[in-house]
Design a protein around this ligand. Structure first.
Ligand code: 13P
Ligand code: SF4
Length: 329
């Protein structure tokens, strides 16, 4: 066991070979029952993982599930801060993630010591942090928000309330513009959403003039100003399903197309183009894509890598996350 833990700490995941002839779907389902485990998956992970998940959702939906699940073990297929949030909300449960290396550029942009110094410059401001941040940043925050509830939460605050918004400056700018509230922004960004190319988008819109362009608020202002609709991943999915339109260009991580295509197979759904010339001509989060079926299986079998949050940090982080859940009702 000690050797396994050491290896997990070193490489970030359980590096055990998985037999080639194994039926991973059947084995994962068997382990789910045997261990009373629940698999929570974000829309950005591979379709195969979404297909074996018990719940697929956006950051808000996933934290609501993590808080409410009766399971003994949460297998979080997403990125590190999501597993941490689940642990903050359900400390009595074992929370495992397939790969500890699955980080997030937004969470990484806000180291706790630097953020504490920044916060100290604005003693009369409250701190609203986007859920894409570490447990330490959540512990330094007053209220957590996600892309589905940020507008509602900001609007619920008194008009004269001074606000720091961290770590996503693009989401902060979007919320500030929509609510008319001035906010002090931490300068973080999502490497995936800021990489959507305006030039290639214009070309695509010329090729598909009938298409609605929809985008996630982590995109840059010049991309959002082109959008017919802006919303969280769940809101984008709902828009594509409910809209009478037939063609959509989707400005977010391409994993969301899995559920969109499943829900409305007759509609044409095109991922917005990334500036780099990659094979999918779309935006892919390298962290989300670190989740593989083999790593999910090993994480369930060996119950590692386990998410541990120091109790003093957890208790403070719990306050800001619980406030968000309360304000989202
Ligand atoms: P939502 O699913 O909450 O919209 O968040 C998107 C995202 O970038 C998650 O990392
Ligand atoms: Fe972080 Fe962006 Fe990846 Fe979401 S898509 S996990 S915000 S890097």
């Amino acid at each position: 066991m000690e050797a396994l833990l050491e290896e997990v700490q070193r490489v970030g995941y359980v590096n055990k070979p998985v037999a080639e002839d194994i039926d991973l779907v059947a084995e994962i389902n068997r382990l789910k029952k045997e261990k009373n485990a629940v698999i929570l998956a974000h829309y950005y992970v591979d379709g195969a993982i979404q297909d074996i998940a018990d719940y697929i959702g956006d950051s808000l939906g996933l934290s609501q599930q993590a808080a409410a699940t009766p399971a003994d073990m949460i297998v979080f297929c997403g990125v590190h801060f999501m597993g941490e949030t689940a642990k903050v909300l359900s400390p009595e449960k074992k929370v495992v993630i397939p790969d500890l290396n699955a980080g997030c550029s937004l969470a990484d942009s806000a180291p706790a010591d630097k953020f504490a110094e920044f916060k100290a410059q604005y003693p009369d401001h409250i701190v609203l942090s986007y859920i894409n941040c570490s447990a330490e940043i959540k512990a330094l925050s007053d209220i957590i928000v996600t892309s589905s509830n940020a507008l509602k939460i900001v609007e619920s605050l008194p008009k004269d309330q001074k606000i720091i918004f961290a770590p996503d400056a693009n989401l902060g700018r979007f919320v500030s513009k929509k609510t008319g509230r001035d906010m002090v922004l931490w300068d973080g960004a999502c490497i995936v959403h800021i990489d959507i190319s305006l030039e290639k988008l214009h070309k695509l819109r010329t090729d598909y003039p009938e298409a609605k362009f929809i985008a996630h608020p982590e995109c840059q202002e010049h991309i959002l100003s082109e959008a017919d609709f802006v919303g969280s991943t769940t809101a984008l999915l709902k828009y594509v399903v409910d809209s009478p339109e037939q063609t959509f260009i989707v400005g977010t991580e391409a994993g969301i197309l899995h559920k969109m295509k499943e829900a409305v197979p007759h509609k044409k759904i095109i991922p917005a183009p990334a500036s780099q010339n990659n094979t999918c001509a779309c935006s892919e989060c390298p962290y989300m894509k670190m989740n593989t079926m083999e790593k999910v299986y090993n994480a369930m079998l060996y119950e590692q890598p386990e998410i541990i949050v120091p109790e003093d940090v957890r208790l403070k982080a719990y306050e800001s996350v619980a406030r968000m859940l309360e304000l989202s009702k």
